[in-house]
Design a protein around this ligand. Sequence first.
Ligand SMILES: Cc1ncc(COP(=O)(O)O)c(C=O)c1O
Length: 389
Amino acid sequence: MIKSKIPNVGTSIFSTMSELSAKYNAVNLSQGFPNFSCSDQLIDLFYKQLKMGNNQYAPMPGVFALRAAIAQKTQDLYGKSYNPETEITITAGATQALNTAITALVHEGDEVVVLEPAYDSYAPVIKLNGGIPIYFTLKSPEYKIDWIELTKLVNSRTKLIIINSPHNPTGTILTADDLQTLSRLVHGTNIIVLSDEVYEHIVFDGNKHESVISYPELAERSVVISSFGKTYHATGWKVGYALAPEAIMKEFRKIHQFQVFAVNTPAQYAYAEFMNNKSQYLELSDFYQQKRDYFLSLLEGSPFTVTPSYGTYFQLLSYAGFSTMRDTDFAHKLVTDYGVASVPVSEFYHDKYDQKVLRFCFAKTNDVLEQGVERLLKIREEDFVPGNL
Ligand SMILES: Cc1ncc(COP(=O)(O)O)c(C=O)c1O
């Protein structure tokens, strides 16, 4: 008999919805990845590296040229330089970086503040390390942080606060005010901030991404995580990185070396060269804003309530105005009867808090968005009466 270390974790909702989507030949707007290719130039650079023979282990912290390129970008965009020798590590996607950071920092009995809805990997990894997730609930439709309430969760056992902006699944962003308040909250404590910024280059409507890096009080106690998968439409390459002050990064690397030792070498060289082309990430917000706007324009006249996403490639749609069905049932019916796959947002809460909201990914070609919305516009409200499965 095998004793599970995480007994309450089953198959993720993303896999479940994608399987259902395939079974019912649905338009899959559930899982968060583009259905279009990454740049040909990036593919050529990868191929070039393979042919050049860069096929053996990379240095443990990552290819130096890539770390140097990240240091330069970070300086240019957020006004602070990280030392590529000691403060930057390349990881197997943001998922590994999150796991490594939590494993390096969380000890038995430590508390970690997790704002929900939350990306699904945070809590299981905290628990695997003997930590205790302390959940803070963000509510539809604004999902704003009430800092006075959040402060009540912080005490001498608090080791980490995990933040994520732009935010998956809600598409909200943290403002300068939020980060200043967080700075004051952690001032004089030993709390470390784990800042998941994988959507840093996808922010809409002229807003700018507020990184903890730009706030000295936060930067000196934060691990910042990003992902090339999101920025370069290459989620399958699984390359990301972590930035942190040297003392934290030293502990991070102790874990990293035994989790993966090093990350895919040719991909790292390819990214190092590709990063010279700044327009690729500087123009990403415009690219996805057009997709968001197109998706929303197609949805005009639908029964859903929409608060436009501020960032990421996700859009929430609320059906609270016309149905009281549970969101998991609603999402299930949407796939089986209408052929559109989405993700019920209650799945991002440990207690499955249901606010009648679904998450849709708009990182899709226009024809797929059109097909998906055409089906959504056919929704008959009377089909979505609870018990009417
Ligand atoms: C908020 C958030 N963090 C981390 C990740 C993981 O990124 P990666 O694919 O680089 O592991 C994702 C991917 O969906 C995400 O949405």
